[in-house]
Design a protein around this ligand. Structure first.
Ligand code: ZN
Length: 271
């Protein structure tokens, strides 16, 4: 957690646990880092970090985690020192994992507010998500859907997945997702005139979304979810994040493009 080390009228030196979620080159050799800390997002300049021999370069890479010592004056903070605890190399070396990592970092940089207003579990959940992605033992699309359910909750665009968005009753077996109302409809509320604003989702899709939302990444066991349910959840959460949270992310388009290539390969293994 954050600890105040020194105080003067001009600047505060403090250290905090942090994960780099964005790095932008500034000038010849400097980097502006966006850091996710347990209290929220903050930006800091890492002087000289783009030089490979810099003592800050390892701590300036996206998905790196550690203790960051920051000088905070009136404007943007400055990184003094980094004690890195995780580099997460696979997220830089594996094409698919890197695309997911880029998407998760862009999502979290839109979903979490600046210090000190972060949702309580955001930092811990994001660190565990990256650890799971690094370990590579879970279906990455399920990790993505899990994280999206949490992001929807943090941004206030999550319906109660087990209730009809219109009447609030428990969902009977046949449900549809309503694109304009942002939630699942029970069969009693659905009328055929609304067919073009809705699409059918598999039974228990809402129940599975509810489970994903409340499961911590540290506790994630092996889960088997049908292809149809995965596709429906992907589509539902995409609408929630774009239509209701307004997040149209570049990294998501890249990820979808890569997923299409991987899917085509799986369907035509001889190629
Ligand atoms: Zn209803």
């Amino acid at each position: 957690m954050t600890r105040l080390v020194e105080w003067s009228w001009e600047t505060v030196l403090y250290n905090t646990e942090a994960i780099v979620v964005k790095t932008v080159r500034y000038g010849e050799s400097n980097a502006i880092l966006t850091l996710l800390t347990p209290l929220g997002l903050t930006s800091a300049m890492a002087k000289g970090a783009m030089k490979p021999q810099s003592r800050l370069s390892a701590g300036a890479q996206v998905c790196a985690q550690g203790t960051y010592f920051l000088y905070q004056g009136k404007g943007m903070g400055t990184v003094q020192q980094v004690e890195r605890t995780a580099s997460r190399r696979r997220l830089h070396e594996d094409l698919e994992a890197a695309a997911y990592a880029a998407y998760f970092c862009e999502l979290v940089s839109h979903a979490v507010p600046e210090r000190p207003n972060a949702p309580a579990s955001a930092f811990r959940q994001f660190a565990a998500l990256l650890d799971q992605l690094e370990a590579g033992q879970h279906d990455t699309s399920i990790l993505a859907r899990m994280f999206e359910t949490k992001v929807c909750r943090w941004l206030g665009v999550s319906p109660t997945w087990t209730e009809c968005v219109r009447c609030g009753r428990d969902l009977s077996p046949i449900v549809r997702y309503h694109i304009r109302e942002g939630g699942l409809l029970c069969s009693g509320c659905f009328s055929p005139q609304e067919a073009s604003y809705t699409f059918q989702v598999p039974d228990r899709c809402g129940a599975i979304l509810a489970v994903l939302e409340r499961t911590n990444f540290e506790q994630l066991g092996q889960v088997a979810i049908s292809v149809q349910t995965k596709k429906a959840m992907d589509r539902i959460l995409f609408y929630q994040l774009t239509e209701f949270a307004g997040l149209y992310l570049k990294s998501r388009a890249v990820l979808d493009e890569i997923a299409r290539v991987f899917d085509a390969d799986n369907e035509n293994p001889s190629r």
